[in-house]
Design a protein around this ligand. Structure first.
Ligand code: PRP
Ligand code: ZN
Ligand code: MG
Length: 212
């Protein structure tokens, strides 16, 4: 029988909690040693450790059947994959922030300004709806330093505890999107894999109910 392949984040905000969820589902697997792929010993599943931003593409291309990612990454990717279940952990928001000394009154502030972000798709749709013209500077990481080095007037990035903004002299001014960890799946799973997914989903739901 073919195994189900699930991709989870290699290192970052979702990694530990994704591993913990699988373990709480009773799935046993060797973890550590920096291996990028591992097999469960008591459940027909393989676990791939990947960069979260790459997971939507891998799931779309069926390199992985399932993935655990932030909703923010799913929406930004525009990949045609299914959102199977919201997982209720790693909640955060995608927000606009500006240097803390900035006089900020409304979204009009951003008209004709430069905003640094790793989320150009979400951000350009957001400002298009508002009919506010902005310049988006796409940066793949450490977006929060952009205002300080003169690259942008503000940023749009994930805020969780808020400590990254604080330590970079920025303040949150608008929320663009709420996000949390979600389980995603390829469109076209073969029947045997669908059956494994059903079993996994049942366990995930039981784990979550037990915590309520
Ligand atoms: C986000 C964001 C900040 C951090 C904010 O990164 O880019 O670096 O989290 O969290 P805080 O408010 O608790 O300080 P993310 O975990 O999404 O990692 P990535 O950008 O490497 O994918
Ligand atoms: Zn990421
Ligand atoms: Mg980051």
């Amino acid at each position: 029988m073919s195994k189900l392949k699930i991709a989870i984040q290699k290192s970052g905000r979702l990694s530990e909690k994704s591993i913990k969820l699988l373990e709480e589902c009773g799935i046993k697997f060797p973890n550590g040693g920096g291996k990028l792929i591992t097999e469960a010993t008591n459940f027909p599943i393989e676990i791939l450790f990947l960069r979260d931003d790459d997971i939507p593409q891998y799931v779309e291309q069926q390199v992985a059947d399932l993935g655990i990612i932030g909703e923010n990454v799913l929406v930004e990717s525009k990949k045609k994959i299914n959102l199977v279940e919201k997982l209720g952990f790693s909640s955060c928001r995608l927000s606009l922030a500006v240097p803390k000394e900035t006089q900020y009154e409304s979204l009009e502030f951003f008209r004709n300004k430069r905003i640094a972000t790793s989320y150009p798709n979400i951000l350009s749709e957001y400002f298009q709806k508002l009919q506010i013209e902005v310049t988006i500077e796409v940066i793949s990481g450490s977006v929060e330093i952009a205002p300080g080095i003169g690259l942008a007037d503000g940023i749009c990035d994930i805020v969780s505890s808020g400590s990254t903004l604080l330590s970079n002299g920025l303040k949150e001014v608008e929320k663009v999107l709420d996000s949390q960890a979600v389980l995603v799946a390829n469109h076209d799973l073969e029947d045997s894999k669908k059956q494994i997914l059903e079993k996994l989903l049942f366990r995930i739901q039981s784990v979550r109910k037990a915590k309520e």
